[in-house]
Design a protein around this ligand. Structure first.
Ligand code: BES
Ligand code: ZN
Ligand code: ZN
Length: 496
């Protein structure tokens, strides 16, 4: 979808379709929609008064103008009650409008933006573009049949009236586009099946983005990881024919800026290994590299927005498969930190590869470490599938995540990491076991990770519930969602 800014007035602008929003009746029409309504001899306000279009949140309605003004059609979209309105509702409504227009089979439309509800043109545009681009995302790459039936909006013109509005809209458009396109890139990687998105492919993607964005990349092979002493990463990678990769990417290296490390779980397929998973829905485990995909996307955005940090992205990538070479329950692994771990379940592989990755991140002496991982099924049991599990060892950093969450609409909920939980991880033969009992599964995952960050401020985002949707919800499609990207980017944008 190509989105452009144009200078123009909605009621004078010739186009196939004009998109307009309104609050719920009896809220009076104001701004652009009011002007259009006047031009249209009160047609919209009559519809609303008669209850044919009430302006309820996400309600959409197609109208023909019959020459009343230059646009051929109008789509009205409801914003719901004014007092409940916020940027998240705006994103949701924008997304709904985009899907509605796409499903009509329309290829282009125009949309006027003017500040309202105390929000600037720039903010409104950024969120409009985000809702729109994320909402109309589809993953059709691998379909060969009936491609002509795929509907796509090709062009959107955002209209501003004054030069100043056009400038502000342009800024919002740029930011919204940079963020959304990176989220869609991550979704493509998550939706890509594991026979296509292998650890090697993730490493190549990291290299490609790095080249385009003047970042540095280093990819360690399993043999190098072994030499370095990453016993946990090596153990998980052993069972697979597909070579594992330990990917390190740096943005703004050597500029003397504050360092923030981002660590992403990159299991390209999680069968559970010898502790094999049930077959039902196992195909979704192609998405177990969502954390790594999110880290790739966050760094792409950071460089395009030129955020002033030294970012280190660390993505251990491998499959988790059973085989004659696979690691086994009962094995004891020596991690990069020197601590030993008794493997109780080979399906708790995420925390193993992350333990080495977190230890590795400390080499850069980061001010903060953020990890993103589809770590536990238990977080889905606890919080459902639209809330990210938030954990950490540092109050200010946790607050940053919560504040960013309020702004981006990516919900987070904090769970505790009290020391008592460590009892669950006592092992008879090693420093820790890699799983506890059935209790507090998401927390146990988090407390395990906490052993590998020492005192460095750290947050852990368990995105197991949010990274992959079984059904579409607002601007989050079925399949990969790109979870955590907008949240972490917002944390970085607001960092002071
Ligand atoms: N990748 C899974 C977690 C997961 C579950 C992600 C559902 C997305 C949706 C992880 O590696 C795993 O298998 N965790 C185990 C841990 C258990 C063995 C302690 C789990 O959640 O069952
Ligand atoms: Zn697993
Ligand atoms: Zn996993």
């Amino acid at each position: 979808m190509n989105i452009r800014v144009e200078q123009g007035r909605a009621r004078k602008y010739p186009c196939d379709l004009l998109l307009l929003f309104s609050f719920e009746f009896p809220e009076p029409l104001e701004g652009v929609i009011h002007e259009v309504d006047l031009e249209w001899k009160g047609f919209i306000s009559t519809l609303m008064k008669q209850g044919d279009f009430k302006g309820e949140l996400n309600q959409c309605r197609l109208l023909y103008t019959h020459g009343a003004f230059p646009s051929q059609r109008v789509v009205l979209t409801g914003l719901g009650k004014r007092e409940e309105f916020d940027l998240e509702r705006w994103r949701v409504a924008s997304s709904r409008a985009g899907q509605f227009i796409r499903d009509l089979g329309m290829k282009r439309f125009a949309f006027p933006i003017k500040k309202f509800s105390g929000l600037s043109e720039e903010e409104l545009t950024e969120s409009f573009v985000t809702g729109m681009l994320l909402g109309v995302y589809q993953f059709n790459e691998l379909k060969t049949l009936e491609r002509e039936k795929i509907k796509e909006v090709e062009e959107v013109f955002i209209l501003g009236e004054t030069a100043e509005e056009v400038r502000a809209i342009g800024e919002g458009l740029r930011t919204g586009r940079i963020i959304s396109e990176a989220v869609c890139m991550a979704r493509d990687l998550v939706n890509g099946p594991s026979n296509r998105v292998t650890p090697t492919v993730i490493a190549e993607k990291a290299r490609q983005i790095a080249k385009e964005h003047a970042m540095e990349v280093e990819v360690l092979e399993v043999s190098q990881a072994e030499t370095l002493g990453m016993g946990a990463c090596v153990a998980v990678a052993k069972g697979s024919q597909e070579p594992g990769k330990f990917i390190i990417r740096e943005y703004n290296k050597g500029e003397g800026l504050n360092t923030i490390a981002l660590v992403g779980k990159g299991i390209t397929f999680d069968s559970g290994g010898i502790s094999i998973k049930p077959a039902e829905r196992m195909e979704q485990m192609k998405g177990d590299m969502s954390g790594a995909a999110s880290v790739l996307a966050i760094m792409k955005i950071a460089s395009e927005l030129q955020l002033p940090y030294h970012l280190v992205g660390i993505m251990p990538a491998t499959e988790n498969l059973p085989s004659g070479k696979a690691y086994k329950p009962g094995d004891v692994l020596k991690t990069l930190s020197g601590q030993t771990v008794e493997v109780i379940s080979t399906d708790a592989e995420g925390r193993l590869i992350l333990s080495d990755a977190l230890t590795y991140s400390l080499r850069y002496q980061p001010k903060a470490v953020v990890d993103l991982a589809t770590l536990t099924g238990a977080v889905v049991v606890a919080l459902g599938d639209y809330v990210i599990g938030l954990f950490g060892n540092d109050e200010p950093l946790i607050k940053r995540a919560e504040e960013a969450s309020h702004k981006t609409g990516e919900k987070v909920w904090r769970l505790p990491l009290w020391e008592e939980y460590l009892d669950y991880l006592k092992s008879d033969v090693a420093d820790f076991r890699n799983v506890g009992t059935r209790s507090a599964g998401a927390i146990i995952g988090g407390i395990f990770l906490s052993r590998f960050v020492k005192k460095t401020p750290w947050v852990h985002l368990d995105i197991a519930g949010t990274a992959y949707n079984e059904k579409e919800r607002s601007y989050l499609p079925k399949g990969g969602t790109g979870s955590g990207i907008r949240l972490v980017v917002q944390m970085l944008r607001d960092w002071k």
